[in-house]
Write a protein that binds this ligand. Structure first.
Ligand code: GLN
Length: 309
């Protein structure tokens, strides 16, 4: 088996040389300013070995990757009742699509498209004031990443709050079906802010370890969620984590993964590793272009696809 550190540094070198970098997200003005030349990769093996290279210590906007953690928190609060508000089938639609919601009477297809994540945020909020809910989400991220320096990028949150018209539409539409309990502006305020959490690949890979190890953080031995819940979150990541690019991601990479329009992807190799990659340029489905290519090479060289060598 090739050496993990060698594979990681080879992939970073290969990705740095590529000229096809995708397009940074332009619909959030603050993200449009990010340099598409960045590339970072961090992999943490089961024994805690870290292989990280490139811009692995540069913070970026995690955006929709936060939805994995808000789903985890909300399941901890309300349990399987969550699935009365949100489905768990792939949508086959873009992350911010409006059409399905009308056909399905305001119940979002899954917790990772924007509508589903907004409904999940609303569940977390229902027990708190917006500031407390946001504090709880941020503290959960800091706890999982074992790093209290993680913060929210207020400029990114404000940028989205000014321009997130589609999310406002989705939230209002769900509210009309009674799927959103709180004032729409409160729910969206918390949603925009948790999407604006800023983290490095290294921090994100640490935060994802519980998903790779049956719900438990192997460095502390502490259980974050039951093994069965980790398994199910991974299943939803595999089928829905890349929106209408989820099939392609499973086909090429073969791991549960969650992307964000900041260009990050968190991927989980069950029993083996937690992986975070960042390359800001996106493909047509809004997933990191080079991030996916890098993960495809990683799983191929290490034989890590869950579907076989
Ligand atoms: N795919 C994403 O990362 C989308 C998240 C972004 N905050 C939005 O709501 O549009």
């Amino acid at each position: 088996m090739p050496n993990l550190e060698t594979v990681v540094s080879e992939i970073v070198d290969e990705m740095r040389q590529r000229s096809d970098r995708g397009e940074v997200a332009r619909y959030i003005p603050e993200l449009a300013r990010v340099d598409p030349g960045h590339f970072g990769l961090a992999v943490i093996g089961a024994d805690g070995t870290v292989a990280a290279a490139g811009d692995c210590d540069v913070p970026f906007s995690i955006q929709s990757i936060s939805k994995v953690f808000t789903l985890t928190l909300a399941l901890g609060m309300v349990g399987d009742k969550l699935w009365r508000r949100v489905g768990r089938e792939p949508s086959g639609s873009p992350f911010n699509s409006v059409v399905q919601l009308e056909y399905e009477r305001g119940i979002p297809r899954n917790p990772f498209i924007n509508a589903g994540a907004i409904a999940v945020t609303d569940l977390i909020l229902s027990r708190h004031q917006p500031r407390e809910a946001l504090g709880e989400i941020l503290r959960f991220m800091q706890y999982l990443a074992q790093d209290t320096s993680i913060t929210i990028d207020e400029a990114v949150a404000a940028s989205e709050q000014r321009t997130g018209f589609r999310n406002v539409a989705l939230a209002n539409y769900m509210k009309s079906f009674g799927v959103i309990d709180n004032p729409v502006e409160y729910t969206l305020g918390v949603y925009f802010h948790h999407c604006a959490i800023s983290m490095t690949c290294r921090q994100l890979a640490v935060a994802g370890r519980f998903l790779a190890h049956s719900g438990r953080d192997p460095s502390t031995g502490l259980s974050v969620v039951q093994a069965e819940r980790a398994k199910r979150i991974n299943a939803v990541m595999l089928t829905c984590g890349h929106y209408d690019g989820s099939g392609e991601f499973a086909y090429r990479v073969g791991l549960p993964g969650k992307s964000g329009v900041g260009g990050g992807i968190l991927a989980v190799a069950p029993g083996k590793a937690s992986i975070a990659v960042w390359a800001p340029g996106l493909d047509a489905a809004g997933n990191s272009h080079l991030g996916r290519i890098a993960l495809e090479r990683l799983t191929k060289r290490l034989g890590w696809s869950i579907f076989g060598e």
